[in-house]
Design a protein around this ligand. Structure first.
Ligand SMILES: O=c1nc[nH]c2c1ncn2[C@H]1C[C@H](O)[C@@H](COP(=O)(O)OP(=O)(O)OP(=O)(O)O)O1
Ligand SMILES: [Mg+2]
Length: 176
């Protein structure tokens, strides 16, 4: 059994696919360090959560990086979603000519041997909100003509940043 430490139910729903063991969500909001690096944030979070919970755990730190805005909101995606909301982020992006963006996830797994990280990226475009599935920025992120909020969870996982990071994590778990 794998423990996924996250305050985000949407992440937890997507996490069981690709992993060779059952996933149990631990709803603990570990302190997030401030950094430009998702790797650094996820690594510190996994270490902290492992210390707190006393069992092997993994965490997921993700962000939306908009090319024309220098990668904003990036590692601050959660804060910006909370303070501005996705419609205002989309409005900022709509003022630019270049609508390209990428989502990134870093999964960090911590146990007695230390921390291992796994990365996933997907490229897309920022569009006016469409769709009712998914969570967070999904309605404004379009990949091959569909927003992530217009995809089923399986369709999103098959192409998403999180799906790719989880697949790499799953391969590592299966081989270790
Ligand atoms: O697949 C995704 N599709 C759309 N939006 C997403 C996705 N993945 C993360 N997001 C949003 C959620 C949060 O606003 C920010 C990441 O912040 P991040 O700190 O990683 O997540 P969180 O604070 O919601 O949960 P946690 O307790 O695991 O830290 O980007
Ligand atoms: Mg967070």
């Amino acid at each position: 059994m794998l423990r996924f430490v996250t305050s985000n139910a949407g992440k937890a729903r997507e996490a069981s696919q690709y992993l060779p063991e059952a996933v149990e969500r631990v709803d603990y909001d570990y302190p997030e360090i401030q950094s430009d690096s998702l790797e650094a944030i996820a690594t510190a979070g996994a270490r902290d959560a492992y210390r707190e919970i006393g069992e092997p755990v993994f965490v997921d730190d993700s962000g939306l990086f908009i090319d024309a805005l220098g990668g904003f909101p990036g590692p601050y995606s959660s804060y910006v979603d909370e303070k501005l909301g996705i419609e205002r982020v989309q409005a900022l992006a709509a003022r630019e000519e270049n609508d390209r963006a990428r989502f990134r996830t870093v999964v960090a797994y911590a146990d007695d041997d230390g921390v291992e990280t796994f990365e996933g990226t997907v490229r897309g475009r920022i569009v006016a909100p469409r769709g009712s599935g998914g969570f967070g920025y999904d309605p404004i992120f379009e990949h091959r003509g569909q927003t992530f909020a217009e995809m089923s969870p399986e369709e999103k996982n098959a192409v998403s940043h999180r799906g790719r990071a989880l697949a790499a994590f799953g391969d590592w778990l299966a081989e270790r």
